[in-house]
Design a protein around this ligand. Structure first.
Ligand code: ZN
Length: 216
């Protein structure tokens, strides 16, 4: 399973460069642990629980980065099928539409094609997790007060990529054999954000039915 995973999530399909942790640091070891848990087929509901000797914010930080990297790869597998023509809006079916607003270039919520929206979203997440004032690199530097709200916002926004990919590009996932891997990643994400209450239930609504089937 691991080999087919890496072959269809090949490097050239990467939508954004994955963030790497420095080797030898505590954060790096946690990252490896989170990564291994995704591929081993073990009980995802239990692996999201924080080991007692770990700091909660550190635990959240490594998962945020891990989910960013994985969701980025998932979108990379469908992005060539996600064009202005196929997906003129960032939507999850007719009921849900997302508008981009970053307070800088897009001061008001703005409707954008899904690929443009996702590109801005990934750039924004990339900037947050590489901002050492929010995600401190050294374990000696404490997490700032802005960390948790930012982590929640990142996870909330990343969920929208799952929504779009599942609802609009599910056939592509099936045809390239990625469905099982995406489901595993989704389950891991879902168990994690609900374990620590990081995303509003309301935000999770668009995939509610699928989640009930997948994550019960
Ligand atoms: Zn699309």
């Amino acid at each position: 399973m691991a080999s087919s995973f890496s072959s269809f999530f090949s490097r050239d399909k990467t939508f954004r460069k994955p963030k790497k942790f420095e080797q030898g640091t505590t954060k790096y070891n946690l990252h490896k642990q989170a990564n291994a848990s995704l591929q081993s087929g073990i009980d995802l509901r239990s692996v999201v629980k924080k080991p007692p000797d770990h700091d909660l914010q550190d635990w959240i930080a490594v998962h945020v980065v891990e989910f960013f990297n994985r969701i980025n790869l998932i979108y990379g597998t469908v992005c060539e099928y996600c064009t202005k023509e196929t997906c003129p809006k960032m939507s999850g079916g007719p009921k849900y539409e997302y508008q981009w607003c970053d307070g800088v270039d897009y001061k008001k919520p703005t409707a954008l094609p899904a690929q443009k929206y996702t590109s801005l979203l990934m750039d924004w997440v990339d900037a947050q997790i590489n901002n050492e004032d929010i995600f401190p690199v050294s374990i000696e530097v404490p997490f700032p007060k802005t960390f948790l709200p930012t982590a929640k916002k990142i996870l909330t926004r990343l969920f929208r990529v799952f929504v779009h990919v599942y609802i609009h590009h599910f056939d592509t996932l099936v045809s390239i054999g990625a469905e099982a891997h995406v489901n595993t990643c989704y389950k891991h994400y879902y168990y994690f954000v609900t374990e620590f209450n990081l995303v509003d239930r309301k935000e999770l609504e668009p995939l509610k039915d699928m989640t009930e089937r997948l994550c019960r």
